[in-house]
Write a protein that binds this ligand. Structure first.
Ligand SMILES: Cc1ncc(COP(=O)(O)O)c(C=O)c1O
Length: 309
């Protein structure tokens, strides 16, 4: 087991927080583990448990060239004596294309590098059946760990916080983490979801995953009324960022000593900043979930000449 007690709850004092009548706490899931960091362990925990119960040889899953999910899967499988296979977007890639893929390989992960059009079909049942028949002894986990087991693992995050908050901020990719948080909110709390993709139908995607996971449709609609979507901090879309975001993250790091990544958590804190300025009259106690993303994000930041550590 990876130790979630390392994920401390930290109060953060920042000029824009104090000025806008807010109190800010950060749940440091990024401290859980160097490689199985942030929401990765939350989403993998019950998938790994399930694979072990099924007596599978290993896990097969999907990711991009800088996928923190691939790295976490490789490290967690290695830890539990399972094998791992990563289906990676980009047929031009190799094990040595970047440090992250190299690290995955050092944890024993094997790769299938596939073209973008094949990768785009990763959720189609015909493709999933193909991979299942090619690797019959492996448990197949969707990209980002976004399934029922991923969702219930993420429900455990708030249980470690005492629930004494008005609002929770979370970065959103597949929505598994935000769905886990949403289904564990207590009375009076709201969820601020920050999609990192441009033009993303956040509520529609959450509804899909929640109903697919067995939650009743009318209850799902009630829950989705508790969500505020912050659609303006995507910086052009998934994996896109600019110098202003990197400078914002650098300022945040100087003020708090908390590293962010430009793919997820940097954009989420940016949306938090904008939200606080727009609601400066409202007194609120806000909880931010630091979902990690440090390894892949650091590699990108380093390439751009920024080092947050
Ligand atoms: C660092 C980080 N934060 C947030 C997310 C978004 O989580 P989800 O895909 O569950 O919405 C991801 C993707 O898994 C991530 O790597």
């Amino acid at each position: 087991m990876f130790d979630t007690q390392k994920s401390v709850l930290q109060e953060v004092h920042l000029g824009f927080i104090n000025k806008t009548n807010k109190k800010l706490f950060i749940k440091r899931d990024d401290l859980i583990d160097e490689f199985v960091s942030g929401n990765k362990w939350r989403k993998l925990k019950y998938n790994i448990k399930h694979a072990i119960q099924r007596k599978n040889k290993g896990i097969i899953t999907f990711g991009g060239a800088y996928s923190n999910h691939l790295l976490a899967t490789a490290a967690a499988c290695d830890h539990y004596g399972l094998k791992s296979i990563g289906i990676v977007r980009g047929e031009e890639l190799t094990i040595n294309s970047n440090e992250l893929l190299n690290k995955c390989n050092s944890f024993g992960m094997e790769f299938l590098f596939v073209g973008r059009s094949e990768y785009a079909r990763r959720s189609e049942s015909i493709i999933l059946e193909y991979y299942k028949s090619e690797f019959p002894n492996y448990y197949l986990v969707p990209e980002g760990g976004a399934n029922y087991y991923g969702l219930i693992g993420c429900q455990e995050i708030l249980f470690e916080t005492g629930f004494d908050f008005d609002r929770v901020f979370i970065a959103q990719g597949t929505t598994a983490t935000s769905c886990g948080i949403l289904t564990s909110l207590k009375n009076g709390m709201r969820l601020s979801a920050v999609p990192v993709l441009k033009g993303y139908d956040a509520l529609g995607e959450m509804k899909k995953l929640l109903t697919y996971s067995g939650f009743e449709e009318d209850w799902v609609d009630n829950l989705l009324n508790l969500v505020d979507v912050h659609n303006e901090s995507h910086f052009g879309g998934y994996g896109k960022y600019d110098a202003s975001l990197l400078q914002f993250m650098e300022r945040f790091y100087k003020d708090t000593s908390i590293p962010l990544d430009p793919i997820y958590t940097g954009k989420m804190i940016h949306a938090l900043h904008e939200y606080c300025l727009a609601t400066s009259e409202i007194h609120e106690k806000i909880l931010v979930i630091h979902t990690g993303g440090i390894a892949g994000g650091m590699e990108i930041s380093k390439k751009e000449g920024y080092v947050f550590s």
